[in-house]
Design a protein around this ligand. Structure first.
Ligand code: GLU
Length: 492
């Protein structure tokens, strides 16, 4: 069996969108599942869409996510150059375009913008159900004689090279997910292969490159499905073997609209900025269109490599569910080792804890919140009360299960204030023992005493720590201040 070779072929046009990341991941998994080669090719032939720095984002993201390419611009594997603008300089696209012209499968077109604009346009629906206008070229220049073409070329007239698709008949191709697809040739436009600036279009370059770089499996978004018959015609014209096509389902947002920048979490960088963990993002993205045989959903990249069978990719649209990603991220955070967690939590702790907390204290707080958050920015909401007591309502002292109300809380706080004033050892254990003594003397239940103390200290229904842990964190002075404030609030 031939060795599987896949390629991730991004255009350097900006951020790494979730859809791009999924293509890269699936290309990687298809290759690695079979011990194959995963290649990176930079598709920069559309100079108008080129964004400075976008190539760095591609490298950084592949590195961060562990999708290591075996070949690419920075790793020669004998199939270079790996950047299309550099490939162009070798003359490869023009050479093959001319070969097609020889075969009658392509032709020079000298039509100017005005003439093209006057051609009839057709409105179709794209996969979003949105209207899309296309112009079907009328083959005007196919009628030029050889002499006319040569005269135009000699005169330096700007030209493009177009694919020549017959008006009759059909074209059939196979996609692993969608099966056999047959289209009427009359619906296929004579697409441009070489642009007037001499660059190949993506439509041409992807075919030439996938063939000459020995690519066996092409995994990409299904926005390319409708152009694939034209690509297959090119493969046939050259007598080349068509790679295995795997067109991935659309990714939608919660409203079943195509995931877009508006959703706020459409790119890898957005998600990292929002406090998601790289491994969780990769794990979640793997499930956007693919599911394993069992119900397990948590997979490391290595496990994905073992499990990933592309025959299990589903063609129905995949919904990007941020709630589920948050849950999954929380699972990754819980499983993280404490040091790594602390390092990642640190910027958020620094932002929300009192400035004078030393590292030991920060680590302690980190340990308290680790199992309670889904994304790192959640930390703030859990710990900000340590920096400043929030405004709270005295209703909060009333708790049915703890059997507390405003009056019982006032009396408990008044009792414990002198005890806490006298205490000198402000550590969790010592304070707990001290309060336990009071609780036992009074014959109270723990919660009956701890609830009002915790409320006075935090002003919150939920805290990542119990009353005595909070006493320790706040220290004597601040704790007493807050208990007194509680007493004051309850006394009016
Ligand atoms: N350059 C194309 C893109 O970024 C790649 C499509 C493909 O994988 O063939 O969408």
């Amino acid at each position: 069996m031939e060795k599987i070779r896949t390629r991730y072929a991004p255009s350097p046009t900006g951020k790494m969108h979730v859809g791009n990341l999924r293509s890269a991941l699936y290309e990687y998994l298809v290759a690695k599942h079979e011990g194959g080669v995963f290649m990176l090719r930079i598709e920069d032939t559309d100079q108008e869409r080129y964004v400075e720095g976008a190539t760095d984002i591609i490298y950084r993201t592949l590195e961060a996510t562990g999708l290591k390419h075996d070949e690419g611009p920075d790793k020669d594997g004998g199939y270079g150059p790996y950047v299309q603008s550099e490939r162009m300089k070798t003359g490869i696209y023009m050479k093959y375009a001319k070969e097609l012209i020889e075969k009658g499968e392509a032709y020079y077109c000298f039509c100017d913008k005005e003439r093209l604009a006057s051609l009839k346009t057709q409105v179709t629906e794209d996969e979003d159900g949105e209207g899309k206008t296309i112009t079907i070229y009328d083959k005007h220049c196919l009628g030029l004689s050889k002499e006319e073409v040569e005269a135009n070329l000699a005169a330096g007239k700007p030209f493009v090279i177009r694919q020549n698709i017959p008006n009759e008949g059909t074209t059939t191709f196979h996609d692993e997910l969608y099966g056999d697809i047959t289209v009427e040739n009359s619906e296929l436009d004579d697409m441009i292969l070489i642009k007037s600036d001499g660059y190949p279009t993506y439509n041409f370059a992807n075919v030439v490159d996938d063939h000459t770089m020995n690519i066996t499996h092409v995994v990409r978004g299904n926005e390319y499905l409708s152009s694939s018959p034209k690509y297959v015609r090119l493969y046939d014209a050259f007598g080349w073997k068509v790679p295995v096509y795997i067109h991935l389902p659309l990714i939608t947002d919660e409203n079943h609209k195509k995931l877009s920048k508006r959703s706020g979490h459409s790119s890898f960088e957005d998600l990292i900025e929002q406090g998601f963990v790289t491994e969780a993002i990769v794990n979640y993205v793997a499930l956007l269109g693919w599911s394993p045989e069992d119900n397990n959903e948590i997979f490391s990249l290595d496990e994905l490599v073992k499990k990933f069978d592309y025959h299990r990719i589903n063609k129905s649209p995949a919904v990007f569910d941020i709630v589920k990603l948050r849950w999954m991220n929380g699972e990754y955070i819980k499983a993280m080792d404490d040091d790594k967690f602390y390092e990642m939590a640190k910027p958020y702790l620094d932002k929300s804890l009192p400035a004078d907390y030393d590292e030991a204290k920060r680590r302690k707080v980190a340990g308290m919140v680790k199992t309670r958050i889904e994304v790192f920015p959640d930390i703030e909401g859990h710990v900000d009360f340590l920096r400043a007591l929030p405004d709270y309502d005295i209703e909060m002292y009333t708790h049915k299960k703890m059997k507390t109300d405003a009056a019982s809380s006032l009396s408990v706080l008044q009792d414990v204030l002198p005890i806490l004033e006298k205490a000198t050892d402000y550590t969790n254990d010592a304070l707990y023992q001290t309060l336990l003594k009071y609780i036992e003397e009074k014959g109270y239940k723990n919660g009956f005493v701890m609830w009002p103390i915790r409320t006075a200290l935090s002003g919150k229904q939920m805290t990542p720590a119990g009353a005595t842990e909070i006493l320790e964190l706040l220290g004597k002075e601040e704790s007493l201040k807050r208990i007194r404030k509680g007493i004051e609030m309850l006394s009016v």
